[in-house]
Design a protein around this ligand. Structure first.
Ligand code: BES
Ligand code: MG
Ligand code: ZN
Length: 472
């Protein structure tokens, strides 16, 4: 799919050359006649390498048909990595077959970015289509030793795992099949997996998780992934991913339009599963525990109801307001389990938690809440590296007012206004003062507005979580 080479040994379906504006140079090894042809065409088409401009030229060179694609990257001083992602994704998406890429500019010979972009282009959810989508095979010509290519390829691979879990529909991915899949991944990548079934969940008194999942024919599972390698450290990073394999809304049923995409309500789970694969594959020297409360928010006569009062694993009683706010319930019990039973020392949860975060930030930016400035910055740096935008949201004490219940310790929703924030405040109530980050990926996990992703799952969070863990 993607390789870095230092010697060109075969011929390619397409030869791509990237240039900054007004920095074009024609490669040495082209014959004098064709060089002239290219120069003439460039003048005729007024191609100077403006941002996003491209020029395709085909000619014969010693009996071989050579296809060249010149891509303009705009002014060097205005360049950034997102421009690169956008332009290269757009241009290479139209191609297929083997592609050689080169540039004599160091900034444009970015193998990390290219691997990421080629990964995005080649991922397609087409296993249910008779006619498969085309793929590209890209080789970057680079006279330099690259030592972390395996790591980069593994991040593409882990992102693909997450995307596929999200794209698969709920008649395929349910709590049972998801847990089986994670067990396989654990064996393949090298982390331990424990699946706790409904009886076990009952024993643990995770009543919030039980309540949400109990109306589904397929019973809830608590998926626990352990990667514990560093005895010398007390630190244990706890990742928690919302694993709603489908969200009908429960008795407070969603409208058909807003229900349609709810197979993706386990994108948080997919992100932490993908991150675990990458962490184990690259043998990071960190202790990591990942927890996925996996269940389906369905509807039957046994469904939990608005008005119910449920005792959480933490001990707090929770008044149920709207059964469509199920994510925070399963996460609350998962957080308690991570703290009390797995002894994690910090928490990062990832969840398609609220429609409100979509209203606030749209499909471009993940809303992030954190009780720790340093850790937030670490996550921000990790996210930016992969073109994933995050924005910090407030956790002011005042928002707790909206969660006050007259009949229980806490109400589980806080009304329409500031809905992403009150959801976060609800979760914070279960973190027992541990350093905590909450990522609301409802807007960014699927059909995001980012131009270098296809429609469908984005795999948001996988690479960022991996890099966060690596740098912590
Ligand atoms: N899974 C949804 C949030 C969501 C919305 C994810 C759109 C992806 C796209 C969540 O369980 C939900 O339904 N939240 C409710 C909460 C409300 C009832 C307080 C919402 O946001 O409407
Ligand atoms: Mg819901
Ligand atoms: Zn949901």
């Amino acid at each position: 799919m993607f390789k870095v080479i230092s010697k060109i040994e075969k011929s390619y379906d397409l030869n791509v050359v990237m240039y900054f504006e007004n920095q074009m140079k024609i490669c040495e090894h082209i014959s004098a006649g064709n060089k002239k042809l290219i120069e003439k065409l460039i003048v005729k088409k007024e191609f100077v390498g403006k941002k996003g401009d491209s020029l395709k030229i085909e000619f014969l060179e010693e009996e071989h048909l050579v296809s060249m694609l010149f891509i303009g990257m705009g002014k060097e001083e205005e360049f950034n990595e997102d421009i690169y992602r956008e332009i290269i994704f757009e241009n290479l998406s139209k191609e297929k077959g083997s592609i050689l890429i080169s540039s004599d500019n160091e900034k444009l010979s970015n193998y990390e970015l290219l691997a990421e972009i080629v990964g995005n282009i080649n991922y397609s959810f087409d296993e249910f289509k008779t006619k498969k989508e085309k793929t590209i095979e890209v080789e970057l010509f680079l006279i330099k030793n690259v030592n972390n290519l395996d790591e980069i390829i593994s991040l593409v691979d882990s992102t693909d795992i997450a995307k596929k879990l999200v794209d698969l529909p709920a008649n395929i991915i349910n709590p049972k099949s998801l847990s089986e899949k994670v067990s396989e991944l654990g064996k393949k990548y090298g982390f331990e997996v424990e699946i706790i079934d409904e009886k076990g969940i009952e024993k643990l008194e995770m009543n919030l998780l039980l309540a949400v999942g109990r109306s589904s024919i397929i019973k809830s599972k608590l998926i626990v992934m352990r990667y514990l390698v560093d005895d010398s450290s007390e630190e244990k990073i706890g990742l928690i991913g919302k694993g709603l394999t489908y969200d009908t809304g429960g008795l407070c049923t969603k409208s058909p339009d807003s229900m349609f995409d709810m197979k993706t309500d386990m994108a948080g789970a997919a992100a932490v599963i993908g991150a675990m694969c990458a962490v184990a594959k690259n043998k990071l020297d960190k202790n990591v525990i990942a927890i996925v409360p996996a269940c389906e928010n369905a509807i039957d006569g046994n469904a939990y109801r608005p008005g119910d009062i449920i005792k959480s694993m933490n001990g707090k009683s929770v008044e149920i307001i709207n059964t469509d706010a199920e994510g925070r319930l399963v996460l609350a019990d998962a957080i308690t389990y991570a703290i009390r039973n797995e002894k994690v020392t910090e928490i990062v949860d990832v969840a398609t938690l609220t429609g409100a975060v979509l209203v606030a930030l749209g499909t471009i930016t993940t809303g992030v809440f954190s009780t720790c400035d340093e850790r937030y910055i670490c996550l921000e740096n990790a996210s930016v590296k992969y073109g994933e935008k995050i924005w910090r949201m407030p956790l002011f004490e005042e928002y707790n007012e909206f969660l006050k219940s007259t009949v229980a310790d806490v109400k589980h929703t806080g009304g329409r206004m500031g809905g992403a924030i009150t959801a976060a405040k609800f979760l914070q109530g279960f973190t027992e003062g541990l350093p905590w980050i909450h990522m609301d990926i409802a807007g960014t996990s699927y059909n995001s507005g980012v131009k270098w992703n296809k429609k469908g799952a984005t795999g948001v969070g996988v690479k960022a979580l991996y890099t966060y863990i690596k740098n912590r």
